[in-house]
Design a protein around this ligand. Sequence first.
Ligand code: ATP
Ligand code: MG
Length: 356
Amino acid sequence: MAARRALTIGLIPGDGIGKEVIPAGRRVLEALPASLGLKFDFVDLNAGWETFEKTGVALPEETVQTLQSCNGGLFGAVSSPTTAVKGYSSPIVALRKRLALYANVRPVKTVATAKKPIDMVIVRENTEDLYVKEEKTYDTPEGKVAEAIKRISEKASTNIAAMAGEIALRRQKIRASGAPSIHQGPLVTVTHKSNVLSQTDGLFRTASKAALADPRFSSVKVEEQIVDSMVYKLFRQPEAYDVIVAPNLYGDILSDGAAALVGSLGLVPSANVGKTFALGEPCHGSAPDIQGQGISNPIATIRSAALMLEFLDEEEAAAKIYAAVDANLEEGKFVSPDLGGTAKTEEVLQDILRRL
Ligand code: ATP
Ligand code: MG
């Protein structure tokens, strides 16, 4: 039977354990049942610190151009020097810009059988806010002063809120299909600090709420929350959240904070999403402390591959991967050392492949 759809996926392992986990993600995609009608063509691509040391460029132009002709990609991790090195800048930040990946999506989820189940997604605006990196330093009679621009646009805020709404609807659809859930209906929480930053965060708030008032989101409940009280509630009552939408900086902080709720960085996936392209990326770094020991947890990457598929409209394939990972975690027999187990990367992978 001919495949219903061929997907070209760029693979960028990068540095450190990126080289151990990205191959695991690939093997999971290859092991998806043929009945789904998907065919994958993989392209190996370079970026990162090692690439920079070899070639003087952290993100080769060829990598960007090849990705532009792919449907999706998987990005491992890159090591960055702690102090600035001339000519080096983070390839993932550059990739988000070059490929117009305007959203960073991070699901934070425990298994359903957890004592305190959590199931939320943080949707972070990825192109503006304080991260436009327009900073300057100047001298005054009292000493140096540094300033940074915080830029918020109606357009980017509308786009990110609409994406949060779509994700809330999709999650509800998956629940309605019988998947166990801790949530009643779709909920989006708009995060801001407009009581202080009335213009910038004020615009994010009004544009987000206007976008979510669209009739297609009529079944989505919309709440708003000031970011500081949000951090408090996120730790006290994480089960209360379904989809969180936030401007870049708050989203960055919330998503790392939320990742701490589920036990290990090795579990948490993310995707950088644009209009027609999704780049899956485990939320951990290159973990030089465990590199080369064969013990890195591949689950964050495997879940990132599933998340990428969700944004390529392959929900059924994504659901199969999520279920296989959940079953592995629920049984708890083949778990890696970061979760208190003794299983090697390869053993965790084999257990997940068997369940697929
Ligand atoms: P980088 O500079 O690339 O971000 P890092 O030193 O900050 O590297 P992280 O990758 O962010 O390291 O990891 C932080 C901690 O979590 C490390 O102790 C690391 O071993 C652990 N860790 C991260 N990812 C995994 C994983 N997939 N499996 C097991 N442990 C992990
Ligand atoms: Mg790190």
